[in-house]
Ligand binder design. Sequence first.
Ligand code: PA5
Length: 397
Amino acid sequence: MIKFDFSTYTNKFINQEEYRNLLEKKNEYIEKLTNYQMTGWLNRIDDSLVQDLKATGELIKNNFDCLVIIGIGGSFLGSYAFDKAMRKYFLDNKYEIIYAGTTLSSKYLDELLEYLKDKNYAINVISKSGTTMETTITYKLLKDDLKRRYSEEEVKKHIFVTTDEKNGSLREEVNKEGYKSFIIPEDIGGRYSFITPAHLLPLSINYDINKIIDGYYRGKKVMDKAYEYAITRYLLWKSNRYIESFCMYEENLSFFAEWLKQLFGETEGKEGKGIFPVSTIHTRDLHSLGQFIQEGNKIVFETFIKIEESNHYIDYNKRNLHEINNIVEDAVMLAHYKGNVPCIEITIDKLEEESLAELMLFFMLSAAFSGFLMGIEPFNQPGVEVYKNEVRVSLNS
Ligand code: PA5
């Protein structure tokens, strides 16, 4: 279960009349969202697809040393964030998944190929468009490596493709080569694709995806809370709070913050509008950005993610260390509030599959509402094309 406190440390920064007016429009916005295009991520995933994903995950686990995910942005961040949040810090014994496709660093790719030299690895290339530069380059490098090592027929068994149903070069390749493939539905964009094979195939290898799916749809029950979070953020933005810092008290959630940054950054950052998302990992960042937040330019507000209980009991002077971590969180919120920084708190019971997936849908709903409130289209990212065009021009000149 998720608990929310949007008001204790924000009330005095928000125009209460505007808040009430927007709150009255809740059902209107919910109806708009549920009837909007590109909201296939609200629909129930098909059971036969879930079975296929599990069977494919099992096949990968049983036949290959590791899986290399090739994708960028919304095509990898969901599963990456989830996986990183759930893994052990040390002596992690989960199946190895390598996330590539996010860099053109020759150092990284050269060292990756070197690392994979003696491994019998599989690839899951994930791209809705099938044209993304980083994904295309990494995929070609790894496919060429497989081709050097295996017969044509054998290479086909190593490649798993997740892409659009009909369009794009990856779909054409699947049709030609007969690779095992999955679909990213037409009505679901990258950063909203957590409940599609783009993320559920990689996750099926190490996690019970039924738990993830159940938790995710539980998030629909907090749709009204997602709207309340959206209006709180919106009114803070209107009072010149242009930066939202997501504060995590578990180091492994730093990648979850990366997912949040992409979700809100690409959803809202258009037409000169939007809240710039950043993250702070506590308590380490209290010794860096904490100073700015406490006493610097008042353009920031914070969203704290608290985890109520931990399975790890550590006694420190007869107190549970996890409790101490949470007491510190409360104290930091109060300190920042006293420094005139609005703070929002979202609490989950435990760091586990269901609650994390529920939280993800909650944030996706909020991001979409936020786009509507700001008067921008939540499901596109035209600005990303600008750099791609410049790259094309530069590479061809
Ligand atoms: O959220 C989005 O839509 C983007 O971040 C895309 O996921 C990202 O640009 C990758 O696109 P594609 O899946 O087409 O390779």
